[in-house]
Design a protein around this ligand. Structure first.
Ligand SMILES: *Cc1c(COP(=O)(O)O)cnc(C)c1O
Length: 463
């Protein structure tokens, strides 16, 4: 089962010998702008402020744990993506990374489009006023009700993920008297990792229709025949937390190969290509993500080059960054509860949240950094493991990190880069009440998603 089934984790000395952790940062009080939201600074007293609001005030007013989101940073990143891709491309924010009505409004205002993966994400987007034609609907098993809702609302595109779905969406669109714009999601045989990709001839995952064996070409054949569908393009999403563009290069090559086959067989040049999301962010100072303008330039060049070689008109490109927009804009604020030094092993620092507000460490072995934010300290660096309060020994927030040795219960610590896939994957394990999301900017803070209450939970429990 979990990590708890394994023998005790690395000994203190082993961890220290791993190089990565061998040297504590030169200054524990400094905050690396790579991993912290744009407006995060320390004030004269040493306390951290974000959007002009001190973390002490945030903790007092909203409690801990809390996700604190820098609105100016979110808007700046959204705008940077929009600007980088320009008017001849579309940027769809992947709502599953973190979705709330405030975020939807910011995106609408900044000129981005939105990806949703469920009827409820769609409802959230529509209720916040995102125009339906700027919404794309994804998923490998959309229900008939969800498809009806999406078609009925007039979403800009539905991304088809299986043969059954091609027929299903066509049928529903026709019965509603619509012609639904669709893309077909293909798997190109590229599995992207952080610093490598493994090209596999064989596909083994639930998403998409494989190019291999002519399956994607058959899907296109069927979609082109159905009156309820307007096939506008091909979609590919190769993975997540990617730093290396070579996976996109292979994907673009293969997708353009399919576009060429389609032109040759049907005399149709599909007007759009979607390269998905998955662009990496810095969780620790060791990560070096690319800027949106570099990514836009690289992707545009790749697609243009491939299309020229295939003598195709360059299609309109779209991308779907989720993490790369929202991830860096938020941190999780915790209060330290207990500190347990285990002789010869390590020191455990327990916070008032854990795997219920950040499952990524347990789920993906994700790395995070952490800092003392309620004050500065001149104490020696101490290698610690930050853990939550849940009944599971795999309940780890930050595996290995340096915090000042004088850390004490009541101190506030914060884990940066938790904007993506933390609140959206949060759970009620141990009947934890999911933390609020507090947006800060211009010296003010407001709750955009409130903390759950005991009443919220008890209301679901109908006895
Ligand atoms: C998850 C997902 C994204 C967003 O991924 P990020 O890593 O958050 O950028 C985009 N497109 C599709 C189809 C996805 O499944």
């Amino acid at each position: 089962m979990s990590r708890s089934a394994h023998p005790a984790g690395p000994r203190h000395a082993d961890v220290l010998s791993e190089g990565h952790y061998a040297a504590p940062p030169a200054d524990l009080n400094s905050l690396d702008p790579k991993v912290w939201a744009q407006t995060v600074t320390r004030d004269a007293d040493g306390a951290v402020t974000v959007g002009g609001v001190s973390v002490a005030r945030l903790a007092e007013e909203f409690g801990t744990p809390a996700y604190v989101l820098d609105e100016a940073d979110f808007r700046a990143r959204a705008r940077a993506w929009r600007t980088a891709f320009g008017q001849d491309a579309d940027v769809f924010y992947a709502g599953k990374a973190f979705l709330s009505r405030a975020v939807v409004r910011w995106l609408a205002e900044e000129g981005l489009n939105l990806d949703v993966c469920s009827g409820t994400e769609l409802a959230t987007a529509l209720s916040a006023g995102m125009p339906a034609d700027r919404i794309a609907f994804h998923g490998n098993n959309k229900s008939a009700a969800e498809i009806e809702r999406a078609v009925g609302a007039g979403v800009g595109r539905i991304v088809l993920d299986s043969f059954q779905e091609i027929a299903r969406v066509a049928h529903i669109a026709q019965s509603l008297g619509r012609r639904q714009r669709v893309q077909i999601r293909v798997t190109v045989g590229v599995e992207a990792h952080t610093h490598e990709f493994i090209a596999t001839a064989h596909e083994d995952q639930k998403f998409g229709i494989p190019l291999a064996g002519g399956q994607a070409a058959e899907a296109v054949r069927r979609a082109l025949k159905l009156d309820g569908l307007e096939l506008i393009g091909i979609h590919s999403h190769i993975g997540s937390q990617i730093f290396d563009m070579s996976g996109f290069e292979v994907a673009a090559h293969r997708v353009v190969g399919l576009l060429r086959e389609i032109r040759d067989e049907h005399g149709v040049e599909l007007p759009e290509i979607d390269l998905g999301g998955g662009l990496g962010i810095a969780y620790t100072s060791d990560d070096d993500p690319r800027e949106p303008h570099e990514i836009a330039k690289a992707l545009t060049e790749i697609v243009t080059r491939e299309c020229e070689a295939a003598r195709l008109r360059t299609p309109r490109i779209s991308v779907e960054p989720g993490r790369a927009i929202v991830g860096p804009t938020a941190f999780t604020l915790y209060e330290v509860g207990t500190i347990k030094p285990l002789e010869g092993l390590r020191t455990y620092v327990s916070v008032d949240g854990g795997m219920s507000d950040n499952i990524r460490t347990a789920l993906y072995d994700a790395e995070y950094s952490v800092a003392l934010v309620s004050r500065t300290s001149d104490a020696e660096p101490l290698l610690v493991r930050v853990v939550g309060k849940h009944c599971e020994s795999g309940d780890i927030v930050v595996k290995d990190a340096f915090l000042p040795a004088d850390l004490a219960p009541g101190d506030l610590i914060a884990v940066p880069a938790t904007g993506a896939y933390c609140r959206s994957m949060a759970s009620n394990y141990n009947h934890a009440l999911r933390p609020p999301v507090v947006a800060v900017g211009d010296g003010a803070a407001r709750v955009i998603v409130r903390r759950e209450t005991e009443d919220d939970l008890l209301r679901l429990d109908v006895g």
